[in-house]
Write a protein that binds this ligand. Structure first.
Ligand code: FAD
Length: 313
């Protein structure tokens, strides 16, 4: 029988929605128990949130000043120690999990299963390859703990009606001194987070310039959406790298995705494969984006977006 440990992703005392998605993935294993571990300098608030997730048996907290920032090399030895007694350890396939889980797997000397999109058996999983163009079934060794990242775009969040007990865990792990947190350089924005937003408006090369992107920001603000971009828009310097959607950017699954002046290259579509409704605005009626769009609007963005805004009243 499986026993799953999920490493909570959190920032500034708030639990990331990716953790509840990992719980849903873990439930697909029909496990005996699902525990969540919160590693932090002060885990109380995050642990209280994690305890509410349906299906969670226990929330473990590891309090350590060294855990104030999520540095993979610092967290990994602690997670590796905690892995003992669990058949599976899951983390989200976000920047946090993709950084941490391979370190945990390396410390345990086991392979890592990446991007789990479906659970076929206790050690058998499906994951996308070739930019999502093919799905592969992978089998993890049955004689060791399964260390895996969960593709968050493929799973919905588990509900929030639970009340799991929170237990302090005393982990005796030697922490490295070669890697430590020095500083964080990040853009700040009042807009919704691109990776978890329910609505996203993305602009492509056709927007034409950084200044022109204002029309995308304004429209996004009007409908309470996050803003994304194609790689061509990022490479052209219209927007920062963190806004890139796609194979080498962010994989997102909003309920509504509006692609403005984006041609629909496969590497971009990989990032929106799990989006709900896809709306495309493009002046070229033959653009590939219209092949996957649920709603297509052929027209010049500088005419269409103001009209749409007006129609919203
Ligand atoms: P274009 O293909 O140039 O399309 C611009 C579109 O804007 C056109 O369809 C045009 O008709 C339309 N347009 C122009 N003006 C207007 C207007 N006024 N009104 C309305 N429509 C207008 N791309 C990504 O996006 N994300 C990735 O993660 C990514 N990873 C990659 C990884 C690899 C290994 C490689 C090789 C490529 C990757 N790419 C990625 C690049 C990808 O192949 C495309 O080059 C890119 O997505 C194109 O961006 P675009 O659609 O904005 O630009």
């Amino acid at each position: 029988m499986s026993k799953v440990l999920i490493v909570a992703e959190h920032l500034d005392g708030k639990l990331n929605a990716s953790t509840a998605k990992c719980v849903t993935a873990a439930q697909a294993l029909s496990p005996e128990a699902i525990d969540i571990v919160v590693l932090a300098a002060d885990p109380a608030a995050v642990a209280a949130e994690a305890a509410q997730i349906d299906g969670v048996a226990r929330v473990l907290t590891v309090t350590n000043e060294a855990n104030a920032r999520a540095v993979a090399q610092v967290l990994a030895p602690q997670v590796a120690k905690l892995a003992d007694g669990y058949s599976h350890v899951f983390g989200p396939s976000t920047t946090f999990g993709k950084d941490l889980m391979p370190c945990v797997a390396a410390l345990l000397g086991v392979p890592q299963v990446s991007d789990v999109m479906s659970v076929e058996g206790s050690h058998t999983f499906k994951r996308p390859i070739y930019a999502g163009n093919a799905i592969i079934t992978v089998e993890a060794p049955t004689d060791s703990t399964v260390i895996a990242t969960v593709r968050t775009a493929s799973w919905s969040e588990a509900g929030k009606g639970g009340s799991a007990p929170v237990e302090a865990s005393d982990v005796q792990a030697e922490l490295p001194t070669h890697s430590r947190f020095i500083g964080l350089a990040a853009g700040s924005s009042d807009r919704p987070d691109l990776q978890s937003a329910k609505r996203v408006v993305s602009g492509g090369r056709g927007v034409g310039s950084a200044e022109n992107f204002k029309i995308i920001y304004d429209f996004a603000d009007r409908i309470g959406a996050a803003v994304g971009a194609s790689r061509a828009a990022v490479d052209a310097g219209y927007v920062p790298n963190e806004m890139q959607v796609g194979q080498t950017g962010k994989i997102i699954a909003p309920e509504l995705y509006i692609a403005v002046a984006i041609s629909g290259a496969i590497q971009h579509l990989t990032g929106i494969k799990d989006a709900g409704t896809i709306v495309a605005i493009n002046k070229d009626a033959n653009s590939a984006i219209f092949e996957i769009a649920d709603i297509g609007l052929v027209g010049d963005l500088f005419k269409v977006l103001p009209e749409l805004e007006q129609a919203l009243g």
